[in-house]
Design a protein around this ligand. Structure first.
Ligand code: CUA
Length: 152
């Protein structure tokens, strides 16, 4: 009799365990709502909004969105001018292979995957010229892949 009770407890535990495992696997299969993942066909990047119109757009009080495309071997737009003290929300994708997006002298450093839309924000407190570099090897022109952000 006691054995039967223990057996049913054991089966219940096992069932509970399987439900938890299943729920976890299911949960991991779904995108977490806090993480915004948005992919586009890399060959369609330049005709897909907002990348069909790269550059700076004012989105609020002292706040701008900078839409940029990384490609072998450069960035679109070629240069970006932003007002000093403004917060810039970068929206970046690649139209070919994996590139980097590092703004020298800041903590901005992202890997840009083809068709994957990456976001990072930075407030430019000091005027000057900021170099944007690719820090992922992307081919023969990798070391020449850069652009400039002019803060003034
Ligand atoms: Cu692009 Cu290295």
């Amino acid at each position: 009799r006691l054995e039967k009770i223990w057996l049913s407890i054991g089966i219940s535990m096992l069932a509970l365990f399987l439900v938890v495992i299943g729920a976890t696997a299911f949960g991991m299969g779904m995108s977490p709502p806090s993480e915004h993942h948005h992919t586009i066909d890399p060959t369609q990047v330049t005709s897909t909004a907002p990348f069909d119109n790269p550059g700076l757009k004012q989105t609020g009080d002292n706040r701008y969105e900078a839409v940029m495309i990384a490609y072998a071997f450069g960035y679109e737009p070629q240069t970006l001018e932003v007002p000093v003290g403004a917060t810039i929300d970068f929206t970046v994708t690649s139209s070919d292979v994996v590139h980097g997006f590092e703004i020298v002298g800041t903590n901005v450093n992202m890997m840009i995957e083809p068709g994957e839309v990456s976001h990072i924000s930075h407030k430019f407190d000091k005027p000057g010229e900021y170099l944007v570099l690719c820090n992922e090897y992307c081919g023969t022109g990798h070391e020449y892949m850069k652009t400039t952000i002019v803060v003034k």
